[in-house]
Design a protein around this ligand. Structure first.
Ligand SMILES: Cc1ncc(COP(=O)(O)O)c(C=O)c1O
Length: 512
C-alpha cells in the first residue's frame, strides 16, 4: 500500500539518496553519533484526534485568562524528542513546522541537555542580566563562538535583541540614525532637532521612510507593521506610517522552466521600486532603508532570483538607502546555507541582516557605519539573553559536526522532487511546488482544502504549517487565489522519515 502510493520518481530519489524501510521508520544518518540513536522516537504514534480531551480542557482553562483562538493543542515538552512533538494526550507527531520554524535541531537534543546540565552554566540560566549595561565576563567570547562565527559577509558587528520584531524595529532605528547623520554630515544634532523630537515633530522626528515589499512580513510591532503586508489581520485598526511599498516578483515555478518570464517580472519590479524611491523623495519622505526577506515566508513562500536581489542592492546604493535583509525566518540553515542571502553569491549583500527563530536569540548584524553613535539610542533592558548564546554555540557545533547543511541540501532535493510528483498527480489540487533546501512549499487550490489537509495530516501524526493568504479574503473581501503549505526545518535525524511521511501522508489525504 505504502509503496504503491510513493511515486516512482520519489521512490527512486529516496533509493539513491536515502535509506528507507517501513512508514514511520527511523532513519539515522550513518555519520550520526550514537547519542542520536538513543534519543529519537521511531515514528508518529496517535492516541486521539488532535486536539485531544486534555488539550481541550486546558484550552478552556487558558481561555479564561487569555485569547486562545490560535492555540492548536497543548504540548508535553519533556516527552518530545528530536523531530517529534508529544502533546498532552500522548499523541506523538512528526513536527515539520517546528514551532513556526524556530527549532534548529529538534526537541531535547542531547548536546543541548548536556550543556544545560553543566553546573558552570547554572548562573547564566538563573541570572538574566541587563546586557547593555552589565554584561557577564564571557559575553564577548560567547558572541564570538556563536553569532560571529556565522557572520554574513562584510559584517563584523552584531547587536543581540529579544524577538524578530524587536530586532527589525531596532534595525530600522539604526538605519534612520545613520541616514540623518549622513544628511547632516556629522552626528551632532541641533538644538531644534533635540527640542522638536520631544513633541514628535520635524526636524527632530524627520519625515523618513522604510521601503518594503508587497506580501512581506517583518513583524507586528508598530514600525515593523508598517512594513508588513502579508495579512490584514496583523494590521487592522492599528495606525501606521506613510511608508512606500514596492511589488515583490510573482514568479512561475519551477524557476528553471520560466527563466524568461521570471526575468521580465523581476525587471518590472526593480523598475517600479526605483520609481517609488524617486517619488517618495520628491514628496519629502525619502527612503532611508529598504527591507526585504530573501524568501517571503509568512506572505506565502515567494522566491526571487539572485539577479533580482543584486539589482535591488544596486538600487539601494545608487539612492543612498541602507539595505536590510530580514533573515528572521530564512536564517539558520533551512535553505542549505546559514543565510539564504548566501545563495546570491555577493561579497557585500547587505548593510543589515536581522535574525531570530533558529538562531535562538534575536538580533542584527550590521556594517560598521550603522553602529549607533551614542549609548541608549539602540537599547532595551535585556538586549538579548546570554543563555541563548550558549545554546546557539552548541547548536552550531552540532550543525558543523554532523554536516547538517549538506544534509538539508540533499534531503531538500528529495523533498522537492516528492512535491513535484504530488503536484503532477493532483494537478487540480496542488501547484507551484518550490523550495530551497528544506524550505519548501506547495500551493493548495483553496483554503478549505488546505485546512483540511493540515488537520488530516495532523491527525495522522504529521504536523505541517500553512502560510500565505487565508483570512484576508474574508476580511477585505478579495477573491482567494492561492493558499500555501510550508515546510521549513532543519533536522538532525530521521530525515528519510520526514520526507517519506510528509509526501506519503499528503498523498494519503488526497486519495481520501
Ligand atoms: C521574516 C520575519 N521577520 C520578522 C518576524 C517577526 O518575528 P517575531 O514573531 O519573533 O517578532 C517574522 C516572524 O515570523 C518573520 O518571519
Amino acid at each position: 500500500m505504502a509503496s504503491s502510493l510513493i511515486s516512482r520518481r520519489f521512490a527512486l530519489s529516496l533509493q539513491t539518496n536515502l535509506w528507507l524501510s517501513a512508514p514511520g521508520c527511523r532513519y539515522v544518518s550513518k555519520a550520526a553519533p550514537k547519542t542520536q540513536l538513543e534519543y529519537d522516537y521511531d515514528g508518529p504514534s496517535m492516541k486521539t484526534s488532535v486536539p485531544g480531551p486534555r488539550s481541550q480542557a486546558l484550552t478552556k482553562q487558558l481561555g479564561e485568562i487569555q485569547n486562545v483562538g490560535a492555540v492548536n493543542f497543548f504540548c508535553n515538552y519533556e516527552e518530545s524528542r528530536g523531530n517529534y512533538l508529544v502533546d498532552v494526550d500522548n499523541n506523538r507527531m512528526l513536527d515539520v513546522y517546528t514551532q513556526i520554524s524556530s527549532i534548529p535541531i529538534g526537541y531535547n537534543h542531547p548536546a543541548l541537555l548536556k550543556l544545560m546540565a553543566n553546573p558552570n552554566h547554572l548562573s547564566t540560566l538563573v541570572n538574566r542580566p541587563a546586557l547593555g549595561i552589565l554584561p557577564p565576563e564571557n559575553f564577548p567570547d560567547k558572541l564570538t563562538e556563536s553569532l560571529l562565527s556565522v557572520s554574513p559577509s562584510g559584517m563584523t558587528r552584531v547587536q543581540t535583541m529579544a524577538c524578530g520584531s524587536c530586532s527589525n524595529e531596532n534595525a530600522y532605528k539604526a538605519m534612520f540614525i545613520w541616514y540623518r547623520n549622513k544628511e547632516r554630515g556629522h552626528n551632532m544634532p541641533s538644538d531644534e532637532d533635540v527640542s522638536t523630537c520631544m513633541i514628535n515633530k520635524a526636524p527632530g522626528c524627520p519625515d523618513l521612510s522604510i521601503l518594503s515589499f508587497n506580501g512581506g512580513f517583518h513583524g507586528r510591532t508598530m514600525g515593523c507593521l508598517a512594513t508588513t503586508h502579508s495579512k490584514a489581520i496583523h494590521k487592522l485598526d492599528v495606525p501606521s506610517f506613510d511608508w512606500p511599498m514596492a511589488p515583490f516578483p510573482r514568479l512561475q515555478y519551477p524557476l528553471e522552466e520560466f527563466t524568461r518570464e521570471n526575468a521580465q517580472e523581476e525587471a518590472r519590479c526593480l523598475e517600479e521600486t526605483e520609481d517609488v524611491i524617486v517619488k517618495w523623495r520628491q514628496k519629502g519622505n525619502p527612503v532611508a532603508g529598504i527591507v526585504i526577506e530573501p524568501i517571503q515566508a509568512e506572505g506565502g513562500d515567494n522566491h526571487a532570483s539572485p539577479d533580482f536581489f543584486k539589482g535591488l542592492r544596486n538600487i539601494a546604493r545608487k539612492h543612498g538607502c541602507a539595505f536590510h535583509v530580514d533573515e528572521v525566518q530564512t536564517g539558520g540553515g533551512a535553505t542549505g546555507k546559514y543565510w539564504a542571502h548566501e545563495h546570491w553569491g555577493m561579497d557585500d549583500p547587505a548593510d543589515i541582516v536581522s535574525f531570530s527563530k533558529k538562531l535562538l536569540t534575536g538580533g542584527y548584524y550590521h556594517k560598521d557605519e550603522l553602529q549607533a553613535d551614542k549609548p541608549y539610542r539602540i537599547f532595551n533592558t535585556w538586549m538579548g539573553d546570554p543563555s541563548k548564546n550558549l545554546l546557539l554555540a552548541e547548536v552550531l557545533n552540532v550543525i558543523r559536526r554532523e554536516n547538517l547543511l549538506e544534509e538539508v541540501t540533499r534531503s531538500g532535493k528529495a523533498l522537492l522532487n516528492g512535491l513535484y510528483d504530488l503536484q503532477a498527480q493532483y494537478p487540480g489540487i496542488l501547484s507551484r511546488a518550490r523550495g530551497q533546501g528544506t524550505f519548501c512549499a506547495i500551493d493548495i487550490c483553496d483554503d478549505a482544502t488546505r485546512n483540511s489537509i493540515l488537520l488530516k495530516a495532523r491527525d495522522k501524526g504529521v504536523l505541517l504549517g500553512g502560510c500565505g493568504d487565508r483570512s484576508i479574503p474574508r476580511i477585505v473581501g478579495e477573491k482567494l487565489k492561492r493558499v500555501h503549505l510550508t515546510i521549513s526545518t532543519i533536522h538532525t535525524i530521521t530525515r528519510t522519515e520526514i520526507l517519506y511521511n510528509v509526501c506519503f501522508k499528503i498523498q494519503g489525504q488526497m486519495s481520501l
